[in-house]
Structures are given as structure tokens and as C-alpha cells.
Design a protein around this ligand. Structure first.
Ligand SMILES: Nc1nc2c(c(=O)[nH]1)N[C@H]1C(S)=C(S)[C@@H](COP(=O)(O)OP(=O)(O)OC[C@H]3O[C@@H](n4cnc5c(=O)[nH]c(N)nc54)[C@H](O)[C@@H]3O)O[C@H]1N2
Ligand SMILES: Nc1nc2c(c(=O)[nH]1)N[C@H]1C(S)=C(S)[C@@H](COP(=O)(O)OP(=O)(O)OC[C@H]3O[C@@H](n4cnc5c(=O)[nH]c(N)nc54)[C@H](O)[C@@H]3O)O[C@H]1N2
Ligand SMILES: [Mo]
Length: 754
């Protein structure tokens, strides 16, 4: 296969800035996606690959977790899905020669973009103690080395991280392996993502997942999109929103930024969408301050109570805690509410009227809500509003946390969690294992454990822990202090450049590739954001002959560590056997093999949606009372959020443009309202260091170009992961412990232009 030379490090220091766009997708969308495909994969591979994305006989798009409609369009992918696929199906390769040429110090000096652009990993590599380079190692030696370190250390000193692309089959075996070995130390990317949603929903409706299906979205009368940028991160969601809109739905967008996709949308899947000027999407745009949503939904709740817009039969039959809620929400402190939200009272009253007039309301949210200090309370406030109106277990209504990684929800269902799910003890009994009962470490706790010397082995099934986690300097030092770090990866990334004393990179197959085992070609399964489980099977020739599947890697390692008490080789040979085990132990997977063979798969039970049954302490859906709080931002400071550009997948940087926001050829930009700039005496287009302020000290991210931008007043935005150096490890959301990547108090310090 052709091996293209790696690209050189481009100059990212002087981003070019134009006007932001007012519509998303459309012609631009599809051609941009195809261009990315062609550049990385060539013509034949592009056609072969992209036409299989999200088809019933193809593979699940490794992009986002938005569900596929039952009736698939011919091109059921979006621009950013195409980029995710191209990134994996690239023809570029990272070989042992590459590692011989580039020392670890050299790699550590490169940008995330450059690292990702080098291509697919092909060979297991090791960095031995004191080594300056990674060198090749056989699979057998890699497993033996890992097993000997795991045996040497106690299970509590090992960490098993997971990123949300891992399949159900691999995730199930991975948690089984970790627990059989003796630990619940299963931090995952979800800790930094929708943990706040899971926490809020489990305690109020009894299940940590959203309550709607795609049909509900299509049938909704009111759709409220809060803290989410679907035009970039869930582009296929726009198709669903457009469909709902055509049936008369009203859409409210709640966001500090006027995101292109929320305001106007062109559908690339329809010919008219290719030509027309697009559907105006949002009917109402509430340009809220960062963290103002708690106050907003409290006020909306109060107004609904005042207008007697209460679904009393629902409240009486299915909920608990209403009296206390009613008492707490009797009055609105309008001064505090306007201050926290940055919105006028009239705007909030108008939005509350929309809620009162709709008999089918869905509230969708993503990282804009989950990554704040009061994230859990905020999401509970949304639940309150939906309960007042009886919007659960009704067609076209419900709660919709829109998940990120394509199988992040499935990984949780499979037991990737630092708290053991209820079915774990029975699984242990059936397999003759004593499962650990003690809660393990989440992501932030795992970093502290490494930092403090309490954890010595870090194993990652996918992801890019060093770049995705907060407090980059602390996290990198924590990883480097380990005796062993192991990364099961498809591509080179920042985490590989901060090795433990010994460090392994184990190259694995991606979604798009054929997975052939002793029992024949295998498929895997995934669960989307709406609890639909379906199969995924790649068809491309693997990126190299040495690659192994995640399932195979876990089985070989587990057999090496734990011996032959469990049939790891059989599970590796035939994934149906893993599914049998899942069917036996995890609720909702009856008849798994047959049902997942149906085109489109099957939907897992969701008691609140299906039968208005709530598995909470009270047996009812729980109203909750929270105090009105907001973040204190001292004079001369701004509240900073970190978002995704249109040209990245989390820490994987596809390119240096953010088309919808008007940015080209650079990522070190900070978006600030022009009046805030004037008040701070900082010029548009000048350069600043961003300094975050936290009780334990200051953190600095150097040399960002200032971009005057119509964000909410007092708020600023920059990109993730460049901003992660600014997020203190201890700055986390209450209860969920999610880093507050959307709420960092910063000041801007003028600096030299680079
Ligand atoms: N192409 C692409 N697709 C992706 C990803 C990707 O990186 N690239 N990542 C995937 C993953 S893992 C995830 S979790 C999702 C993320 O999907 P999103 O949550 O859409 O991702 P972000 O870019 O973090 O955008 C957060 C949005 O919330 C807004 N926001 C920030 N703070 C607040 C607030 O306090 N209140 C309100 N109301 N709004 C706020 C921001 O302005 C922004 O529009 O996308 C998934 N899909
Ligand atoms: N400041 C700030 N920080 C954030 C966020 C934010 O909004 N702001 N968002 C948070 C969120 S929502 C999330 S989900 C996390 C993301 O955290 P992670 O999930 O850890 O990070 P990713 O960038 O998605 O991981 C990319 C890497 O995964 C590997 N990979 C890709 N596909 C596969 C595969 O099929 N198998 C295996 N084994 N490896 C694969 C590749 O090597 C690639 O380099 O970041 C969080 N961090
Ligand atoms: Mo995420």
C-alpha cells in the first residue's frame, strides 16, 4: 500500500480571521467531507468507505453518537463523519522507521495536528527505561511485560482508562478483566463528558440515559437546544431538527455563541438543500452567559407554576417532592436572574410561554451544560421543568443528553464505570470470581493517584488522556511518573510523548477495518445516544498486518495475567460468545444475537419512557431544589469556555480552520465580545497570554490572537485541548467531578506577537 510522506509542521502562529458564517452544512459540507476523504484515502477507498458509513450492513460512523434513522439515506454521513473516517482510513503510516527517526523528545515538541497527520500506527512499540526512542516489540513480549508489571503491583495501583469508541464486546471484556484482576479503577472519557447528565438523571428519573428516540425528535412541538453545537459536533442532528421544524416544531437555542448550525441549516442529503439558502432553524436565540442556565431553568419553572401550566395528573401520579419545589420556586429574584443569565426578563418570559404552550417538548444538551461547576443542579432543573409539564413518557417529549463518542453510552452499559453496576456481583458468582466492591478512581481521581504515587500502571483502551484531561502539566507529570503506561491506539497522539518509565504503544484495528479471527470475520456492536444497539462491521483491509482488534488484545493480555480460568481464547475467536455472556448478565439484551441481526438493531428498555416507571429511591420521578448560584467573576476578568473547532475530533486535529466561526490556519485564538475588549483596553487582533486564576495559583497559556466576536458579555471562548493547561485539576463540577472546562476565570495579558 502506498505510504505517503508525512506533512511538515505548518505555521499555525498567525491565524487569519474573517466573518463568521450564518448557516451550516450544505454544499460546503459535503464537498469539504469528500475533499478530506480524497486527500487521505484516494478515490476508490473514499467511495468504498463513505458509502458504508451508517448503512445497516456497514460500520458505525466513528464520529458522534447521534442515531441513524430507520430508513437510511444513501449518504448517511456528514462532513465531519467523513473526516473522522478519512482520519482512520488514511494511507499514511507510522512505522518503526518513523520512531527510529523521531525521538520521544522530538515528538513531544510537535503539535497535536502534526502528530495526528503522521498516519496509522502499524507495529507494537516499547520505550524501555531510560530510552530516548520507541523501538519495536513483539506482541508476546508486550503482553508478558504488562502482565509482569500488573502482577508485581497491587490491583489498586493500576488504572484502566477507556475512550468512548470502544465496542460493546471489547468494553465488556475489558471491565471483566479489570475486575477479575481486582480493581474498579475504570476511569473513562465519560467522566469529562456526560457524567453530570448521568448523575442528575439517575437521581431524578432512575436511569442515566436520555428518554427520547429519533421519532420523538421528529414529533416534538418544541425543541430546546442548550449548550450544544450540533452544526459541528452532531451534524446529522440538524436533519432531524429540520424535519421536526417542517412539521411545525419551534426551536429555541440557548448558547453564549451564535453557532452557525443553530441559526440556519442547509441539508446536503437533499438536492434542494444543496441549492437553497437553508432553513432558518432557531425561532428564539437566548444568548446566555456561561453558567446562566441554572438561573434560566429555575425562572422558567417558576413562571410555569405561576401560569398554572402544570400537568397535575402526571405530577400527582408519577413524581415526588413537588411541594418543596413549588415552595422554593414561588418567587423569581429577577435581578439575580438577569445578572446570572445576561438575558432580559422579557426574553425568559417569552421562552417560558413556549414551554407552557407546547404539549411535546424535548430539551437537548451537551457539553455547555455538563462541564460547569453546578452542572448537575442545572440538569436537575431541566428535569424539574419537564416534570412540571409531564414531558416524560409521552411521544415527542423528553430529556435528550446528546452523547459524544460513538459508543460512550454503550461502554457505560457494559460496565465501564468506576462504580460497579448492580449486575457485577452476579457476573462474578457465575464465573467464580470475587469482584471488588470498593469504588474505583474516576479520571480526576486517577490523575491525583498517579501524581501522589498511589497508582503506578496506566493502561488506556483508546483515547488521548494527556491531552483530553485537565491541568495538562499536572496530568503529563502524573503519567510520566508511572512505572508502566500502555496505550492501545490507532494513531499517534500527545499521550505517547509522555511515557512512563516503561511505555507501550499497541496498534489496534479501527471501525472501518475487517476483523478476522479464528472463528471467521467478526462484527461488533455499539449503542447510540438513544439506546439503540446495532452492529458495526468494517470492510477495509487493516492498516497493517500486525494490527490486532481491541477484543483480541484484551483477551491475550487477560489470559497472560489471569491464566486459563476463563475462556479468553474462545471469546477472542468468536465474538458471539461474548454477546452470549452479555445477554446473560446485562439487563435488556435478551435474544441479543438475533435482535442485533435485524437491520437497524434494537432499542434497550428505558422504564421512564416506556412505562413511566422510575427506579429512584422514592419509586417516583424526583423533583429537586437547588439554590440560585452563579460564578463570581472579579473585575477585569472573563469567564472562559473551551470548545471544539469545526476541524477536530476532540484531541485529533483534522485541520487548522474553523470555517463556521471564520478562523483559518490557526487554533490559538480567543473569542471576546468587542465591548469587553474595549473595557479591558485590549485591541482586536492583538496577542495575549491567557492566565487562569485559582486558589492554588495561576496557570498560563501563551500567545493567543484576540478575535472580537459576538459572544455573550463577560464570556470568552477558546479551543480544547489548547485550553486544558488552564483548567485546574481541582476545578470540577459538584457531585459528578467533571472538570469545569467551560467555566475558567481568566485574565488576558497583552504579549508580543509570535
Ligand atoms: N466533529 C466533531 N464531532 C464531535 C466531537 C468533535 O470533537 N468533533 N466530539 C464529540 C464529543 S466526545 C462530544 S462530548 C460532543 C460535544 O458536543 P458539544 O457539546 O456541541 O461540543 P462543544 O464544542 O464543547 O460545544 C459546547 C457548546 O455549548 C456552548 N456553551 C458553553 N458553555 C455554555 C453554558 O454555560 N451554557 C450554554 N447554554 N451553552 C454553553 C458553547 O458555546 C458550544 O456551542 O461532540 C461529539 N462529536
Ligand atoms: N478543555 C476541555 N477538555 C475536554 C473537553 C472540552 O470540551 N474541553 N471535552 C471532554 C470530552 S467531552 C471528552 S469525550 C474527552 C475525550 O477524551 P478521549 O476520548 O481520551 O480523547 P480523543 O481525542 O477522543 O482520543 C483520540 C485518540 O483515540 C485513539 N483512537 C481513535 N479511534 C480508536 C479506536 O477505534 N480504538 C482505539 N483503541 N483507539 C482509538 C487515537 O489514537 C486518537 O489519538 O475530552 C474531554 N476534555
Ligand atoms: Mo465527549
Amino acid at each position: 500500500m502506498a505510504k505517503k510522506p508525512p506533512i511538515s509542521d505548518p505555521d499555525e502562529r498567525h491565524p487569519r480571521v474573517g466573518a463568521p458564517m450564518s448557516a451550516a452544512a450544505g454544499v460546503g459540507g459535503v464537498t469539504h467531507g469528500l475533499t478530506a476523504g480524497l486527500a487521505e484515502m484516494g478515490v476508490r477507498r473514499t467511495a468504498l468507505t463513505l458509502l458504508k458509513v451508517n448503512q445497516t450492513d456497514g460500520f458505525d460512523c466513528p464520529g458522534c453518537a447521534w442515531p441513524e434513522p430507520r430508513k437510511r439515506a444513501h449518504a448517511e454521513f456528514c462532513e465531519n463523519g467523513a473526516k473522522a473516517v478519512a482520519e482512520e482510513a488514511t494511507l499514511r503510516r507510522v512505522t518503526p522507521e518513523f520512531f527510529a527517526e523521531h525521538s520521544i523528545a522530538d515528538l513531544a515538541g510537535r503539535t497535536d495536528y502534526w502528530l495526528g497527520q503522521q498516519g496509522r500506527l502499524t507495529t507494537p512499540m516499547v520505550r524501555r527505561p531510560g530510552g530516548t526512542h520507541y523501538e519495536p516489540i513483539s506482541w508476546a513480549d508486550a503482553f508478558a511485560l504488562t502482565a509482569s508489571k500488573l502482577r508485581e503491583r497491587s490491583p489498586d495501583e493500576a488504572l484502566f482508562y477507556t475512550s468512548g469508541r470502544t465496542s460493546n464486546e471489547a468494553a465488556f471484556l475489558y471491565q471483566l478483566f479489570a475486575r477479575a484482576y481486582g480493581t474498579n479503577n475504570l476511569p473513562d472519557c465519560s467522566n469529562m463528558c456526560h457524567e453530570s447528565s448521568g448523575t442528575a438523571l439517575t437521581t431524578t428519573i432512575g436511569i442515566g440515559k436520555g428518554s427520547v428516540t429519533l421519532d420523538d425528535i421528529h414529533a416534538a412541538k418544541l425543541l430546546v437546544i442548550v449548550g450544544q453545537n450540533p452544526g459541528t459536533n452532531h451534524p446529522r442532528m440538524l436533519t432531524a431538527l429540520e424535519k421536526a421544524k417542517k412539521s411545525g416544531a419551534k426551536i429555541i437555542a440557548v448558547n453564549p455563541l451564535p453557532e452557525a448550525g443553530l441559526l440556519r441549516f442547509k441539508n446536503p442529503q437533499r438536492v434542494r438543500g444543496l441549492l437553497g439558502s437553508g432553513t432558518p432553524l432557531a425561532d428564539r436565540f437566548l444568548q446566555i452567559r456561561l453558567g446562566g442556565d441554572l438561573a434560566l431553568f429555575q425562572a422558567i419553572g417558576s413562571l410555569l407554576l405561576k401560569e398554572a401550566a402544570i400537568d397535575q395528573p402526571f405530577v400527582d401520579a408519577y413524581t415526588a417532592g413537588f411541594e418543596a419545589y413549588e415552595q422554593a420556586r414561588r418567587h423569581v429574584d429577577w435581578r439575580a436572574t438577569e445578572q446570572a443569565t445576561g438575558l432580559a426578563r422579557a426574553e425568559i418570559e417569552a421562552a417560558a410561554r413556549d414551554f407552557a404552550e407546547s404539549d411535546a417538548t424535548i430539551v437537548c444538551w451537551a457539553m455547555g451544560l455538563t462541564q460547569g461547576r453546578d452542572a448537575v443542579a442545572t440538569i436537575r432543573e431541566i428535569v424539574n421543568v419537564q416534570l412540571v409539564r409531564g414531558m416524560i413518557g409521552r411521544p415527542g417529549a423528553g430529556l435528550c443528553p446528546v452523547r459524544g463518542h460513538s459508543n460512550v453510552q454503550g461502554d457505560r452499559t457494559m460496565g465501564i464505570w468506576h462504580e460497579p453496576p448492580a449486575w457485577v456481583p452476579a457476573l462474578g458468582d457465575a464465573l467464580g470470581l470475587a469482584m471488588p466492591a470498593e469504588r474505583g478512581f474516576d479520571t480526576v481521581e486517577a490523575i491525583r493517584a498517579m501524581r501522589d504515587g498511589a497508582a503506578k500502571v496506566f493502561f488506556a483502551l483508546g483515547g488521548n488522556f494527556a491531552a483530553a484531561s485537565p491541568d495538562t502539566a499536572v496530568t503529563e507529570a502524573a503519567l510520566a511518573s508511572c512505572e508502566l503506561t500502555v496505550h492501545v491506539s490507532t494513531k499517534l497522539n500527545r499521550s505517547h510523548t509522555v511515557p512512563g518509565t516503561t511505555s507501550l504503544i499497541l496498534p489496534c484495528l479501527g471501525r472501518t477495518e475487517r476483523d478476522e479471527q479464528a472463528g471467521g470475520d467478526q462484527f461488533v456492536t455499539v449503542e447510540d445516544s438513544m439506546s439503540c444497539v446495532h452492529s458495526s462491521q468494517g470492510r477495509l483491509e487493516p492498516a497493517g498486518p500486525e494490527l490486532r482488534s481491541e477484543v483480541a488484545i484484551i483477551c491475550d493480555l487477560a489470559a497472560e495475567v489471569l491464566g486459563d480460568a476463563l475462556p479468553w481464547p474462545e471469546w477472542k475467536a468468536d465474538y458471539r460468545q461474548i454477546r452470549t455472556l452479555i445477554e446473560r448478565h446485562i439487563p435488556g439484551f435478551d435474544d441479543f444475537e438475533a435482535r442485533v441481526a435485524e437491520p437497524g438493531g434494537f432499542t434497550l428498555p428505558h422504564p421512564p419512557r416506556d412505562e413511566r416507571r422510575f427506579a429512584t429511591a422514592s419509586g417516583k420521578a424526583q423533583f429537586t431544589v437547588s439554590e440560585l448560584t452563579s460564578i463570581d467573576v472579579p473585575e477585569g476578568r472573563l469567564l472562559l469556555q473551551s470548545v471544539r473547532s469545526h476541524d477536530q475530533y476532540n484531541t485529533t486535529i483534522y485541520g487548522l480552520d474553523d470555517r463556521y466561526r471564520g478562523i483559518k490556519q490557526g487554533r490559538r485564538v480567543v473569542f471576546v465580545h468587542p465591548e469587553d475588549l474595549a473595557a479591558l483596553g485590549i485591541a482586536d487582533a492583538s496577542y495575549v497570554d491567557i492566565v487562569s486564576e485559582w486558589p492554588d495559583g495561576e496557570r498560563l497559556a501563551p500567545q493567543f490572537r484576540v478575535v472580537a466576536y459576538p459572544t455573550a458579555r463577560g464570556c470568552a471562548a477558546t479551543y480544547f485541548p489548547e485550553a486544558n493547561v488552564l483548567v485546574p485539576l481541582d476545578a470540577t463540577a459538584k457531585e459528578s467531578n467533571t472538570p469545569t472546562s467551560k467555566q475558567i476565570v481568566v485574565r488576558l495579558q497583552p504579549c508580543e506577537q509570535p
